[in-house]
Design a protein around this ligand. Structure first.
Ligand SMILES: CC(C)(COP(=O)(O)OP(=O)(O)OC[C@H]1O[C@@H](n2cnc3c(N)ncnc32)[C@H](O)[C@@H]1OP(=O)(O)O)[C@@H](O)C(=O)NCCC(=O)NCCSC(=O)c1cc(O)c2ccccc2c1O
Length: 131
């Protein structure tokens, strides 16, 4: 099962060529990541999200335009000792327009150090895991 969340294309997402600019997809991924984390972890404030972004990749498959109705989804493909991989898929109807992934590292913001992923997260995320 994937975590699903709708994405709105705003006028300011477009560049001079009329399509959604490449940099905006990082924000779309961020929106999906935050809502996934808030729902999954049940945290009340963004400051309580216990991981940090280490790496991001994006594959641009189709141009996206103002008025397109987008649906985003998030899965987890790998959970390591301190880091895990989130997979992002953005669809317009049945068509996949963008795919990507992020490496996220479990992080103690008080000590500013990476820490092992707790077993509780492994259990919480199990239903969103895909090979
Ligand atoms: C990321 C670091 C904390 C890692 O430093 P450290 O020395 O502790 O790492 P280790 O070498 O011990 O490795 C531990 C573990 O992590 C994997 N790993 C390490 N670095 C990376 C990396 N850059 N990319 C991918 N993976 C990495 C390593 O393979 C190990 O994996 P195991 O599973 O085997 O344990 C440190 O480098 C650091 O602090 N970097 C800077 C991070 C940063 O500034 N990021 C940008 C700002 S954060 C951000 O933008 C952000 C946006 C969001 O939208 C978020 C949403 C929700 C939550 C967080 C968000 C967020 O942080």
């Amino acid at each position: 099962m994937s975590f699903q969340y709708p994405l709105e294309v705003r006028f300011r997402d477009l560049d001079g060529l009329g399509h959604v600019n490449n940099a905006v997809y990082l924000t779309y991924f961020e929106t999906l990541r935050l809502h996934f984390a808030l729902e999954l972890l049940g945290v009340a404030h963004l400051a309580e999200v216990p991981f940090i972004l280490g790496e991001i990749s994006v594959r641009f498959l189709k141009p996206v335009f103002f008025g397109d109705q987008l649906q985003g989804s998030v899965d987890v493909s790998r959970i390591g000792h301190k880091s895990f991989t989130m997979i992002y898929t953005i669809k317009r109807g049945n068509e996949i327009v963008t795919q990507g992934s992020t490496e996220l590292i479990w992080f103690d913001y008080k000590t500013q150090r990476s820490v092992p992923i707790p077993d509780s997260f492994r259990q919480q995320v199990a239903s969103y895991q895909r090979p």
